[in-house]
Design a protein around this ligand. Sequence first.
Ligand SMILES: CC(C)(COP(=O)(O)OP(=O)(O)OC[C@H]1O[C@@H](n2cnc3c(N)ncnc32)[C@H](O)[C@@H]1OP(=O)(O)O)[C@@H](O)C(=O)NCCC(=O)NCCS
Length: 170
Amino acid sequence: MMTKPAETRLPVLHWRTTPRSGDTRSVRKLIQASGVFSPEEIDVAEELVRERLDKGTASGYEFVFAETGESLAGSACYGRVPLTRASYDLDWIAVGPNQQRRGVGQQLLARVEDDLRARGGGNLYVETSSRPSYEAARRFYASAGYRECARFPDFYAPGDAKVVFLKRFP
Ligand SMILES: CC(C)(COP(=O)(O)OP(=O)(O)OC[C@H]1O[C@@H](n2cnc3c(N)ncnc32)[C@H](O)[C@@H]1OP(=O)(O)O)[C@@H](O)C(=O)NCCC(=O)NCCS
């Protein structure tokens, strides 16, 4: 029987949804290392963890953490958009550079989606950029069944559109 080369095999992951105090640092490190986020976005990602630690679920931010041993392999943050019945934003998702393309992102997203279904379904929106550095992210969402539903030209900067993907969970 053929086996996959070691580096392509899915690592053993431990899953967690409740943030701990050390996550502010580990999320900053992860988001930074993933290589596409701006310093401002890195600050915001860390701030969302802090807000959740301070306010609990009342913060409106939910998390999924995938760990290998002591280190964070990937993480996702999402939450219901205020004033909507069941529309959710995926605020960010990131997988460490050494763990990418091994199915970690797909599993993170599947866990977010399972939670949405458990809450009765809804719409999951993902905002990304049209920049070439987000090509992998756009392919990743498309491969998971997300469809582009809106595009805002020059949103982030001239020539850099906001691209919104949507998947519905009936
Ligand atoms: C986008 C990201 C979360 C994907 O996580 P991942 O664990 O590497 O993705 P997976 O291994 O689960 O990939 C699932 C599928 O998505 C697609 N995909 C993922 N990365 C891709 C890439 N670099 N190029 C083309 N397709 C890609 C493929 O179809 C892949 O399936 P395959 O490997 O069987 O072909 C990860 O690349 C990342 O952290 N990027 C930097 C941060 C980022 O861009 N976040 C999103 C901001 S909007």
